[in-house]
Structure formats: C-alpha cells, structure tokens
Design a protein around this ligand. Structure first.
Ligand SMILES: Cc1cc2nc3c(=O)[nH]c(=O)nc-3n(C[C@H](O)[C@H](O)[C@H](O)COP(=O)(O)O)c2cc1C
Length: 400
C-alpha cells in the first residue's frame, strides 16, 4: 500500500468500529444482516463481545526487556508474523463481491493465517494461489462419504496442509434476519432484495464486475439443471448430521496434514477431539450464529486450557475487535486467535482494506504488549488480572 494511502486509511479508519460504520453504509441490508446477525435474540453475539471486555489485564511498568515486543508466533512448525488470522466465512462474495482474493493475499503478505470456508464463493484451488502457505481449508464434512473424500482430496491436491473441520452445524440453521430477507444463494431477486441492492450502488458495481456469487466448492456435486431453490435444498442436504467421533476419525484417516477441529466449547469434548487424532482445536461458538445460549470462547478457554494442558495448540474466536481483544484471548489460554466479521467490514474500504485491518491489529497488539510490559504474546497469561470484586465472569468462570 502506498504510504499516502496508508496514512489516509489510518486517519479515517483507526479502529474496527470505524471500519464497521463504513461497511454499514456500503453493504446492502440483506447481506449486512447475514454478516452481522446471530441466532435467536442474538444474545450470543453480544455475549462474545461483553465477556472479552470484562477481561482485565495487569500492566507492570517496571518491566525489563519489554520495550520492543515481538509478535511473531510459532505454529505447526512455521513462524507467523502475528498470533491472529482470518476465520473461515462463507458467502463473502455476496457480502462484498470480489473480496475473497484480496483478503487472502493480505493475510499472506502479512504472514498470518487465512482459513478458506467450504462455503466460499471462490474455488479452493483458485484461492490457494492467493493465500499461499498461509492458506488453510475449512471443511463442512458432506454427509455422503464419497463426496467427503472427493472434497478432502481436492483440498490436498490444491496444496492445503491444514484442514479445519467445523463441527457446530449439525443441521439447518434458523436465523430470523435471513428468513425475513428471503436470503438465498445465488440471491433470489425479490422486490425486497432489489430495493436493498439499489440502495448500495458501489456494491452493485462490484457485483456487475465479479458476477453472481455461487458456492464454487460444492456446486460441482449438484445434479445439472437445478433451479435456485432445489440447489439450495441440495446444498443444505449435504451438511445434515452430527460430526460424530467416528466421522472425525474417518476424516483423520484421510488427511495426512494437520487436523484442526472448530466449534468446540466443552472441555471434555475438546479432549475427545484430540483422542480422535486432532492436532488442535478452535474454541468457538461460531460468532453467536448457531446456539444463542452457547457460552463464549472467552468464558470457556481457561477450563479448556486446563483440561488439555500447556502443549496442545488451542485457537479461539468470537467477538475479537482489537489488538487488546487478541491479547485477552491469548491471556485466557489461546495460542492463536481468529477474527471473522472485522475482515468483512475492512473489505468494504477497498482492496487494501484487509491489509489496513491487519496493520491496525498488529499495531494495537504491539502497543498493548508495551503497556503491559510483556515482551511476547506467549507470556500474556501472566498478565491476567483478577476480575473486579463482585463482578461475576461469564460462564461461571470465576477462577483463573
Ligand atoms: C458471515 C459469516 C459466515 C461464516 N461462515 C463460516 C463458515 O463457512 N465456516 C465456519 O467454520 N465458520 C463460519 N463462520 C464463523 C467464523 O468462522 C467465526 O467463528 C466467527 O465469525 C467469529 O466471530 P467474529 O465474527 O465475532 O469474529 C462465519 C461467520 C460469519 C460472520
């Protein structure tokens, strides 16, 4: 990014909140609702944010050797430039047409992980060219074993080395905003959707340039000639059913690389995933999009870390909106932290948006470490402060 452009972005959008405000003005309502929405009363979306905000950290200003904190982090035998990355998100091409390649390329340039969703609107092979070695693939395991093997084989062939199996969608998800908006993919252009689109000319221009979004990784399996609704039913039918321990072991047997299980909240289940051969887990409630009563990752991390011990890689996401939030998640027990929605907000700033977001987060994390007197992320758990007296922590987690 040219220096002048970078300075202008810094001034206009110094935080995720500023990026979100701009995104709200640029994304059509039906797509915005899909991006920011959660399930039910959306208490889970708020809880993710609130639980993190309640985490306090103790600065130590006499610290020695903490004047130049280093963000670099070792993960799966590689050094990454910072301990955070891009969470998998489906349908990005609907939310901001054409945004997927620049987000992946920014992650690669900045040395952070990019996880591509099965439900991406660009093909997994195409996207690997943008994400390079930093690209991981997220699998929603199809319930047809032949199709599952084929998809896993395609991920291997494309060169992915880390497979992230998401287990927290055992069946159809029912989100009120999407039902009200009649959301479908490709979009069904009813009067309501059309009105939303016409109110956002920038988005429309990008749609014209990048084309109608499709589920590029799954549509090859659909029978020819299905209409939009039948196609939607077919794609939905592929995902029905729990990812049982047997199914996880079957995936493990087929995947030679690192296997990560995403969507874990229960400490016993985290241990069960490892027993099935997982190399790591992502503690996540899917951004509050699946079960409104689910605890936040922030609330469950300490118990999961205690259960798995210090050596198992544990990742986390949900409600992370700043470098300080990244530090909080790591202090609670995460080794690596993912952000979802903020990358969609940033995408609407232009094709440099994700670069800008990553730069802001790195800077915020670095200044947080400096304030704490902490020389590197791995030492953050030592800076966790006790919660304020009388204020219960979410999830009943009172002892850190
Ligand atoms: C629009 C959207 C689409 C998502 N699609 C997927 C997906 O395809 N696969 C998946 O494992 N998680 C998906 N997620 C969940 C994210 O990976 C992540 O868990 C969540 O967004 C983290 O919360 P945050 O948005 O508050 O950072 C999606 C989230 C959003 C907001």
């Amino acid at each position: 990014m040219a220096d002048r452009l970078r300075a202008a972005m810094q001034q206009r959008y110094p935080s995720v909140a500023h990026m979100k405000a701009q995104a709200a003005r640029r994304i059509p309502r039906f797509a915005w609702d899909y991006a920011i929405g959660g399930i039910g009363a959306e208490a889970g979306v708020r809880r993710n944010i609130d639980d993190l905000q309640r985490v306090l950290m103790m600065p130590r200003y006499l610290a020695e050797g903490a004047d130049a904190p280093v963000l670099a982090t070792r993960l799966f035998g590689r050094t990454l430039e910072a301990p955070f990355g891009v969470a998998p998100m489906g349908l990005n091409g609907l939310i901001w047409p054409g945004c997927e390649p620049p987000i992946a390329a920014a992650a690669r340039r900045h040395g952070v992980v990019h996880v591509l969703s099965t439900h991406a609107t660009r093909s997994l092979a195409d996207m690997k060219r943008h994400s390079g070695d930093n690209g991981w693939f997220q699998l929603y395991p199809p319930n047809d074993p032949a199709l599952e093997s084929d998809l896993i084989g395609r991920a291997r062939q494309a060169g992915y080395e880390v497979l992230v199996v998401t287990i927290d969608i055992p069946g159809a998800t029912r989100r009120a905003r999407d039902i009200r908006n009649g959301l479908s993919v490709p979009p069904r252009i009813g009067a309501r959707t059309l009105a939303h689109m016409l109110a956002r000319p920038r988005w429309l221009a990008r749609l014209a340039r990048h084309g109608i979004p499709h589920f590029r990784n799954l549509e090859p399996y659909a029978p020819d000639g299905l209409g939009i609704e039948a196609l939607g039913r077919f794609l939905g039918s592929l995902l029905a059913g729990h990812i049982t321990a047997d199914r996880l072991r079957r995936i493990r047997d087929q995947w030679p690389g690192r296997l990560v299980v995403k969507g874990v909240l229960d400490p016993a289940e985290a241990a069960a995933c490892l027993a099935c051969g997982a190399d790591a887990i992502v503690v996540s409630n899917h951004g509050g999009r699946q079960l409104d009563a689910a605890p936040s990752a922030a609330a469950m991390l300490p118990a999961i870390r205690a259960r798995l011990g210090p050596d198992v890689p544990v990742f986390a996401d949900g409600g992370v909106r700043s470098g300080l939030d990244i530090a909080r998640m790591i202090a609670l027990g995460a080794d690596y932290v993912f952000l979802g929605r903020p990358f969609l907000f940033a995408a609407t700033l232009g094709d440099d948006g994700a670069d800008h977001l990553i730069a802001v987060l790195k800077e915020e994390l670095r200044t947080t470490l400096l304030q704490l007197g902490c020389d590197r992320p791995a030492r953050l758990p030592a800076f966790l402060a006790a919660p304020p007296a009388g204020e219960p922590l979410a999830g009943g987690q009172r002892e850190w």
